[in-house]
Design a protein around this ligand. Structure first.
Ligand code: ARG
Length: 571
């Protein structure tokens, strides 16, 4: 059992013994050394319920709790906290067992079928900065779910249907007719922009575009073939970005909106049969009493437009229905922009009512905020366009290359380029993952590429520093006992054995910034340890300390890997 549940179980037993069987132990990492390693916070609540003096109850809990071999000391603090200092021998044993385990002591969680839906771009346009966070966060979550033993399905719910395709096809037909058909299909963005201009300026062109959409929906073979061509070009573009960014997504993960087309009339009928539909100004609507506006009117979740067209929401209902009935998911993480929060709340509520979502299914909107420019507005290029993702990734690598060249001018160019790729992309990803995903953040090249503070360069460098110790040592005996004695050894070992608790927390709450903060703590605890506790002295290695170094390296590498960030052996 990982550390936190273990302590909680032991204290729960103790609380039951002193007459508080329903009290929550609420054990937490202490956060400050003077509070010990962990703190048990459940006594005050229990004492209140039992009308007892909390400090007296705390004393009884300390007498009752069985932490033999685990804790070195237990102390009452303040109004009734219990400060817990773990035993050095316990930490040493935990470090040894993590080192002997491919999962570094992280046990699997009860197995579920989990989908992580992410990226989900609208095709036919080039990827831009608005697609960065979802890709990075979703990828990390998919890796973490996999690591804790879940059956993971990655899903790219691309927008591959609708008016924009009619527009593209109309433009293609037109430019063929006028003979200036020398467009570069690869240059989708220009193509998209030009067709949008035509669409906005010329009503006849717009009508033609709509006609194409109708033909597409009607299954016209030529039009379908053209559509497939656009989709495939767009996906090729996306895949190139995914690869540059080191995301796991590929064509096998794509199931676009068009996949649900045939289900839409069927599901609307099911909603009708369940008595959930109301006609409102010609549209088919599910009224949701759960979401009232300030006049007390229920929100209208529109599933079919006047005239019969379906919407984004209808497709999402189709996707939920499919994910429940066909894929039988236990859990689904929708990694999507926070601005779609209300859509997802209403979607899940409607799906529950319609029976598309089982009561115990965990379908969650994993919301993320916007990337802002220095002016606090969504980041744009100087000319006011959205920043293309391809350009952004190139700039990250270029900036990292400059940095590496400054620090290591003696390295040959190709090594510097290799390092720059890892550092540049890693910095971009880490900067994003280390922030609370729910909030907006200001994009800052200097901070993300800094070697100080909670940044990728800092962690990557810390990792190479640990690895360099092993290069100096050469062969060593990996089976010696570990002894934890010095305060800095205790502090490092304590961080290292917390890994499982942190991973489990992130798997539950989908908040990768906790893993980042943890890795940063490991790196700083290692720094202090390395200063205070010589690992190599007069050419002789302290093998117990080497084992602490080994687990530090493994933890940093595994942790970064779970975030989708590569490490370097030297930099
Ligand atoms: N394609 C959508 C957009 O760009 C995002 C899709 C999110 N996923 C979903 N199941 N609605 O806004």
């Amino acid at each position: 059992m990982s550390l936190l549940p273990l302590l909680n179980v032991r204290f729960a037993t103790a609380l039951a013994q002193v007459g508080a069987p329903n009290a929550q132990p609420l054990v937490q990492p202490a956060g400050r050394p003077e509070f010990g390693d962990y703190q048990m916070n459940g006594v005050m609540g229990a004492a209140k319920a039992l009308k007892l003096n909390p400090r007296e109850l705390a004393k009884n809990v300390i007498d009752a709790v069985d932490l033999a071999g685990i804790a070195a000391s237990l102390e009452i603090a303040g109004p009734g906290f219990i400060n817990i200092k773990l035993a050095d021998s316990f930490l040493a044993a935990r470090v040894a067992s993590a080192l002997g385990d491919a999962q570094l002591g992280v046990e699997n969680l009860p197995r579920q079928k989990v989908m992580v839906e992410y990226s989900s771009v609208n095709l036919a346009k080039e990827m831009h900065i608005g697609h960065l966070r979802g890709g990075i966060i979703g990828d990390a979550l998919a890796r973490i779910q996999n690591f804790v033993g879940q059956e993971v399905l990655r899903q790219n719910h691309v927008g591959d249907w609708g008016t924009q395709f009619g527009m593209l096809m109309a433009y293609m037909a037109e430019s063929r007719k006028t003979g200036d058909g020398d467009f570069e299909l690869k240059d989708l963005d220009t193509f998209y922009k030009k067709s949008k201009v035509r669409f906005d300026e010329d009503p006849a062109f717009a009508d033609l575009a709509r006609e194409y959409v109708v033909k597409l929906q009607g299954g016209d073979t030529d039009v379908l073939a053209l559509w497939k061509q656009f989709v495939s070009i767009s996906l090729t573009h996306c895949n190139a970005i995914y690869q540059k960014l080191g995301l796991l997504l590929d064509n096998g993960d794509v199931r676009g909106e068009s996949f649900y087309n045939d289900d839409l009339p069927v599901l609307v009928n099911e909603l009708r049969e369940r008595g959930l539909l109301t006609e409102d100004q010609g549209a088919q609507v599910v009224f949701l009493d759960e979401f009232k506006n300030k006049d007390g009117e229920p929100a209208a979740f529109i599933v079919q437009k006047q005239g019969g067209g379906y919407l984004y929401a209808t497709t999402d209902l189709g996707a939920i229905r499919f994910r429940t009935r066909e894929l039988k998911l236990d859990r689904c993480l929708y990694v999507v922009d926070a601005r779609q929060g209300l859509h997802f709340q209403q979607l899940f509520t409607t799906a529950r009512k319609a029976g598309f979502l089982a009561e115990d299914a965990q379908f969650e909107h994993i919301a993320y905020g916007t990337i802002m420019g220095p002016d606090g507005k969504p980041l744009k290029t100087r000319s006011g366009d959205s920043v293309k993702l391809g350009d952004l990734l190139d700039e990250a690598v270029e900036r990292a290359f400059k940095l590496v060249t400054e620090k290591r001018p003696e390295l040959d160019e190709s090594s510097r380029k290799d390092i720059a790729k890892v550092v540049g992309i890693g910095a971009l990803k880490y900067a994003d993952l280390s922030k609370n995903r729910n909030t907006d953040y200001i994009f800052d090249w200097d901070a993300m590429l800094s070697f100080e503070g909670n940044s990728a360069p800092y962690l990557l460098f810390a990792y190479t520093r640990v690895k360099s110790i092993f290069r100096k040592v050469g062969d060593w005996d990996r089976h010696v006992d570990i002894s934890v004695a010095e305060p800095a050894e205790h502090a490092l070992a304590l961080e290292l054995v917390r890994f499982a608790d942190v991973i489990h927390q992130v798997a539950r709450d989908s908040q990768p910034h906790f893993l980042c903060a943890y890795l940063y703590n490991v790196a700083t605890a290692f720094s202090r340890f390395y200063e205070a506790c010589p690992v190599l002295q007069d050419g002789v290695a302290n093998t117990s300390r080497l084992r602490l170094c080994a687990l530090t390296a493994d933890t940093l590498k595994t942790g970064l890997d779970l975030l989708g960030i590569q490490v370097l052996e030297v930099m």
